[in-house]
Design a protein around this ligand. Structure first.
Ligand code: SF4
Ligand code: SF4
Length: 139
């Protein structure tokens, strides 16, 4: 009786293992293989460019709407009178990826990309400035 009570769970475990020998693996060989994320995924921020120029006009709406208070925008004017961000910082480690900054922007100048694998060694390296944000690739 004791032998049967011991054998049953053992056989169940073996059957479970054998069943999974024939199932397609769902693990990814990261970073060689990257996981596909949803179209609606909200990842790292990107400042969009058009014709080599930032679309951002430093209106500050994204900064005002940000619930985590992680965006800092400072405005200046170019020689041709165009409004331009002299400073545009995002503290990525405190961002909650709500997407409000993207929604609020009247110029469609900022977006949350599908880039999800951003790794650095220090917190400071996650404080991205204007030029770094402009170089983020669309994922
Ligand atoms: S995604 Fe949300 S929390 Fe992050 S910077 Fe934009 S508004 Fe702020
Ligand atoms: S990203 Fe958009 S909302 Fe934010 S300061 Fe620039 S233009 Fe304004």
């Amino acid at each position: 009786m004791v032998v049967i009570r011991t054998l049953i769970p053992l056989l169940k475990g073996l059957a479970f293992t054998i069943k999974h020998l024939f199932v397609k693996p769902i693990t990814y060989q990261y970073p060689e293989q990257r996981r596909e994320v949803s179209e609606r995924w909200r990842g790292l921020h990107r400042l969009k460019m058009d014709d080599g120029r930032l679309l951002c006009v430093a209106c500050g709406l994204c900064e005002a709407v940000c619930p985590a208070d992680v965006i800092t925008v400072e405005r200046t004017e170019t020689e041709d009178g165009r409004s331009f961000p002299s400073r545009f910082d995002v503290e990525v480690t405190r961002c909650i990826f709500c997407g409000y900054c993207q929604e609020a922007c009247p110029k469609d100048a900022i977006e949350l990309t599908r880039n999800y694998d951003f790794c650095e060694y220090t917190r400071e390296e996650f404080n991205l400035n204007r030029d770094q944000l402009a170089k983020i690739e669309e994922a």
